[in-house]
Design a protein around this ligand. Structure first.
Ligand code: SF4
Ligand code: SF4
Length: 344
């Protein structure tokens, strides 16, 4: 066995030992999906996801733009699926007490340390979500799954409830190849999306129109949401999992035992959230994915969900939210009050 194949096996074993369910290797080379990504950017489909469409866009063409010496991209997937409640207003990935960025980075550091024991020191860069990389496309090229019409990476037979991470490395290792697309004639995600945010991109591929997606609105968008978005957000407080929940490949998704991802706040009480001070919010959510929405964003979403609930018992607490400094929260509280009063 050549040295490169031996190191490849060391990586795969180290990834498994660290706790990753999926692992594979992509070549550090131009990413096949880059033109599709460009189509998404040029078409304005990134909407408020400015960090996905700004001057860093070009870096996503090739991982070597991020690290010139890169020869291989070690790709991993970490399962976050738990047996939590069916009804939830927070996206599954954000249910737990831990921030997956920290968890995965520490795991990947262990993988790199093991590899360096075998291969000696090598230049590398660990990436978990925040670097300008086409993570799903690289994971596909590394054989971890195909990209479904819901735009998620899907592994047969484990489904799509995976966090993705990468190590760019100067090691030149034998790459994997992408698996076939197994969406077949299914359109469940497209039909189930309440806002028709999954749009055809030609060639049988689909793109997420982030301007229409409840996840974008409730997690990434700052300030007041457009009127239509408020109603369509329904009871969602942070993210939306509908297009993954309806996917048949998630029917038999395995369950993770990792304590960091166990359901801590899948469906928090709206009135309780509305009563949080900024300090309370920091203490409770600082190291969880919900931190991303920021205090004002979460309260804005709470006001929206109250407005959509049809429950007059929230009127008193909404009147208190009208006194919050943030204009987005105040605007949503006013909107929710009017909606509940009109329904009474
Ligand atoms: S996350 Fe929800 S709103 Fe966004 S594409 Fe999926 S189903 Fe549609
Ligand atoms: S729901 Fe159907 S079309 Fe959508 S990603 Fe899953 S298999 Fe593909």
């Amino acid at each position: 066995m050549s040295e490169a194949w031996r190191i490849r096996d060391v990586f795969l074993a180290a990834a498994r030992r660290a706790g990753f369910q999926l692992a594979g290797i992509a070549k550090a080379a131009p990413v096949a999906d880059f033109p599709l990504y460009q189509q998404w950017v040029v078409g304005g489909l990134a909407g408020p996801l400015e960090y996905m469409a700004d001057h860093r866009s070009a870096l996503r063409e090739d991982p070597r733009r991020l690290m010139a010496a890169a020869r291989s991209v070690l790709c991993v997937g970490l399962l976050y699926h738990t047996s939590g409640p069916e009804r939830h207003s927070v996206s599954r990935y954000a249910w737990g007490a831990g921030d997956y960025h920290d968890v995965m980075r520490a795991m990947l550091e262990r993988v790199v340390a093991e590899l360096q024991q075998e291969a000696g020191p090598f230049e590398h860069r660990i990436c978990v979500d925040t670097a300008p990389l086409l993570e799903r496309s690289l994971a596909r090229e590394a054989g971890l799954g195909w990209i479904g019409r819901n735009t998620c990476l899907i592994h047969q037979p484990s489904g799509s409830w995976f966090f993705l991470g990468e190590v760019l490395t100067a090691l030149d290792l034998p790459p994997d190849s992408p698996p076939p697309d197994r969406c077949g004639t299914c359109r469940r995600c497209i039909d189930a999306c309440p806002t028709q945010a999954l749009v055809p991109a030609g060639g049988g591929r689909y793109l997420l129109d982030a301007r229409l997606c409840i996840s974008t609105w409730t997690i990434e968008q700052r300030g007041p949401l457009p009127e239509a978005a408020r109603q369509e957000s329904g009871s969602f407080l942070f993210g939306c999992d509908i297009c993954q929940e309806v996917c048949p490949w998630n029917r038999r998704a395995p369950i993770t035992a990792m304590p960091e991802f166990q359901p801590l706040h899948p469906d928090p009480d709206l009135a309780e959230l509305a009563g949080l001070t900024e300090e309370d919010f920091r203490a409770r959510f600082r190291r969880t994915p919900l931190w991303r929405a920021k205090y004002a964003g979460l309260l804005r979403n709470v006001a929206t969900a109250m407005g959509n609930s049809g429950e007059a018992r929230y009127l008193a607490v909404l009147r208190k939210l009208e006194g919050i400094a943030d204009e987005g929260v105040r605007e949503h509280a006013r909107w929710a009050i009017q909606r509940l009063e009109a329904a009474a």
